[in-house]
Design a protein around this ligand. Sequence first.
Ligand SMILES: [Fe+2]
Ligand SMILES: [Fe+2]
Length: 345
Amino acid sequence: MLIRGAAAATRLSGSTLMSSGARLFPASSAQANLAAAGRVLIHGNAMEGRDAAASRIGGVRRSSAATLAEKEQQKPKEQVAEGAEASGAVAVKRITSYWGVPTSTVMKEDGTEWRWRCFMPWETYQPDLSIDLCKHHAPTTLMDKLAYWTVKLMRVPTDIFFQRRYGCRAMMLETVAAVPGMVGGMLLHCKSLRRFEHSGGWIKVLLDEAENERMHLMTFMEVAKPKWYERALVFAVQGVFFNAYFVGYLISPKFAHRVVGYLEEEAIHSYTEFLKELDKGAIENVPAPAIALDYWRLPQGSTLRDVVMVVRADEAHHRDVNHFASDIHFQGRELREFPAPVGYH
Ligand SMILES: [Fe+2]
Ligand SMILES: [Fe+2]
């Protein structure tokens, strides 16, 4: 009886998956959710805004999107659960596939459908373009000097390989730039588990940085398509850099963060050169990719130049975060002792 019920539930849920399309929920509710998310983000608490928006959107989907037919089709499953509960047994639902976990259709503020799955409206932001781009951490200690010259040396082959092809250069460098945040965040995550202690927000900040860098890559991919030998280069560089940074972070997070701080300073320099080439007309100022318009909330009609401006501002924020992290270690303290700059854009 139980198995028959479960089999029926499987068949029905399968047919539901086959027949149901995108679930639309009232645009006004979605807009209110997005507006609420935006409001909270602007006031600085990105976590609360994100969670609030997610729970509101989830609530809307659960309460209004399921049709009567869908609810009817869910009945056999519920009967199995109720029956099992009454007899005190644990329900076993035999299924053959988990394919098609339902997702929500999210609407944009303008009423059109949100087209991205890699980021949601409540994760978008407008970077602070007024950030000081000229700040430079003067290397005084031997370790800082070592970090500084390591980065300067790394720049030599990069300059030779790419020369003034800044679009391609940006795309390739972002494949490397997205690694340190992920490695650092992962190691702090494991440390938090091992020691039964909070991270002070640093896991989130570093993983957010990695994701932000990956979004830079997803954006530049739209304007510069990688050639086969460039893909091969990324493959090799990633293999070396990931492992080197992993070991480096284990040995000295102070040094690792300082290296990233200087890498970000170099990135600011590279994007400034990119802007000069755009202004000279050496690089065509094409329209901004659609992904960039949504991710940085850029106005319609924005161009590649606007994209480079916001990416450069992102790099300046990464610079501050990583030099700050290195300074904390320099003082003999741990990152978790100082609140991480969550939502610092
Ligand atoms: Fe970047
Ligand atoms: Fe960066």
